[in-house]
Design a protein around this ligand. Sequence first.
Ligand SMILES: Cc1cc2nc3c(=O)[nH]c(=O)nc-3n(C[C@H](O)[C@H](O)[C@H](O)COP(=O)(O)OP(=O)(O)OC[C@H]3O[C@@H](n4cnc5c(N)ncnc54)[C@H](O)[C@@H]3O)c2cc1C
Length: 389
Amino acid sequence: MVDFTLNAKEQEVIREIRREGMVLREKYARYYDEHEKELPPDEFPEAKEFAHIDKMAADRGPDATTPTVFYLLMLMHRTWGDMMRLKVPVTALGNASVVAAGTDEQKKRWAKTRLSMANTEPGCGSDSKAIQTTAELDGNEWVLNGEKIFVTTGIRAEGCVVWATIDKSAGRGGIKAFVVMKGTPGFELVKKEEKMGIRSSDTAAFVLKNCRVPRENLLGMDDIVKKGGGGFKGLMKTFNLTRPGVAAMGIGNIMACQDFVAEAMAKEGITVDYEAGQHKRSAIQQKMIDLEAEMEAATLCTLRAAWLADQGKPNNLEASVSKQKGGDVSRRCAQLALEILGAMGITHDQLVEKWFRDARITDIYEGTGEIQRLVIARELLNYTAKELT
Ligand SMILES: Cc1cc2nc3c(=O)[nH]c(=O)nc-3n(C[C@H](O)[C@H](O)[C@H](O)COP(=O)(O)OP(=O)(O)OC[C@H]3O[C@@H](n4cnc5c(N)ncnc54)[C@H](O)[C@@H]3O)c2cc1C
């Protein structure tokens, strides 16, 4: 039976995380939205009061990127404070790649190293198998050449998991992942993007020019080359781990919108009477209920994907359902909040207009809504990626 119940300790962590999120939101959400060129610090002075929750949360298990129910609830409640949770966790998207494609030794080696993940290139976004960045073995080093764009946490991370092909003629079978540490000669930062939303999050572009990394930085080591294939599966596995997390972040953003709407409406004397029949409710009340219902549906889809992962069951379909639903709901509910609030929703005095801008990314990165629908259709209809593109 599906069970999302948290124990008392977990519930306390969630409460504290939300409290911390609200403190950081109050002080910094607008500041870093307006000062995109500045990076939020790793440690906010206000966060010291909450140091204990990081330790409590860390106790949940060794594998920091698994989308467990508890982890996703933490993420939702943190992003309730701010979509990009201001306080960037120790691990990032690249760590999920290490978990998905690395050996046990590699998982241990990079467990506490913040790693970004670079898949996207100027000519390759949704279609990951079109990767053009190459990796060639030269003695005991891999030599990487290519361009990578839109790398989340690219500036703040200590290194990056770069997806590249070792054999273009092998298609997806040639794609592998390499850990490239900052400061490696030939790994050059080109720029930091300026964006419409999630402006506190750093998004970077890099070039790799004859960038040499040790042979053992290939995730899966030589075995993954000998066996053939394997690497691309690791990329897809990365997404199964992280897509529910992206959905959770979008849901946290909607929770913030919903709170704001409920408070603003209550000030006008408008509250939802759940007992009243539909014909007795105003259009505004109905929209408030729609917002809640959508949020609940997205939350349940997301927690189900995490719960399956917790049970060690495949969650390919559910991870994509959660991402599709989360992305869609995130966008539509932010829009709904603006519709309910009217002019108040777009003034700079309030954060709702920021949350509206922040929401959009949920439906783009780690696979757009359209791509999630493709994955879902393939899973349901039993088609391969070649048969349904
Ligand atoms: C802020 C931000 C952070 C990001 N972080 C990262 C990161 O950390 N690492 C990383 O590797 N990438 C990252 N990305 C890149 C992101 O994953 C891609 O932008 C995304 O996968 C879409 O690729 P694209 O932009 O090239 O669009 P395209 O693939 O060119 O797609 C354009 C449009 O066509 C649609 N489309 C494409 N193919 C199909 C199809 N087969 N059927 C139907 N519709 C289709 C898409 O849904 C989209 O609407 C980030 C992007 C942004 C904006």
